[in-house]
Design a binder for this molecule. Structure first.
Ligand code: HEM
Length: 154
């Protein structure tokens, strides 16, 4: 067992949580914002934070896989379950978060096919329960992962 791999894994978790906390806060905050420049700034901030999320996920994954390998636990059922939870959550984020937030960023500025959203359309787009859905999906996943990593069942 190499302790530095566990440290890398935990460092990845800290980076992930700090960076994703920005997008989570923006998701709830931006709904109450109607000033166009503020909406753009908040979404830009969240987009930049998402780049750091991937650095956190990479450290988390490399450290976690390395630690599991060095302990001979790569195929232990609770470790395999943690892979499944991470992959399912990633797909959930790509299905629920990405189309909405990427679509909103593009629509505010306008595209080659569509003019920029007017105030009424922007208001409609910002009235969404998506943050609650994402918080439920991601929150349940995070709790399950923390329980698996601490209890290590079996
Ligand atoms: C295990 C837990 C989680 C994982 C692995 C995860 C992973 C991700 C990833 C990889 C993205 C980027 C998608 C892309 O590139 O377009 C993302 C986006 C997002 N996630 Fe999560 N997430 C988790 C938990 C949460 C939670 C608890 C929330 C609470 C609201 C949340 C809200 C969001 C939002 C709002 C975005 C869009 C960010 C943007 O494009 O501005 N996530 N998530």
């Amino acid at each position: 067992m190499y302790p530095w791999l566990v440290t890398l894994h935990l460092l990845g978790l800290v980076v992930f949580l700090l960076a994703h906390g920005v997008s989570i806060s923006v998701a709830f905050r931006v709904r109450g914002e109607r000033r166009r420049d503020a909406v753009v700034t908040l979404l830009d901030l969240s987009g930049r934070a998402t780049q750091v999320v991937y650095v956190g996920l990479a450290l988390l994954g490399v450290g976690g896989l390395g630690a599991a390998w060095s302990a001979g636990l790569l195929t232990a059922p609770w470790v395999v379950l943690s892979y499944v939870i991470v992959v399912v959550t990633l797909f959930a984020m790509y299905a629920v978060a990405s189309p909405y937030y990427h679509g909103l960023r593009a629509a505010i500025g306008g595209t080659a096919d569509a003019p920029p959203l007017d105030d009424e359309a922007l208001d409609r787009r910002l009235r969404t329960r998506r943050p609650e859905l994402l918080a439920t999906l991601g929150g349940v996943a995070l709790v399950c992962l923390v329980v698996l990593m601490t209890v290590k069942p079996g």
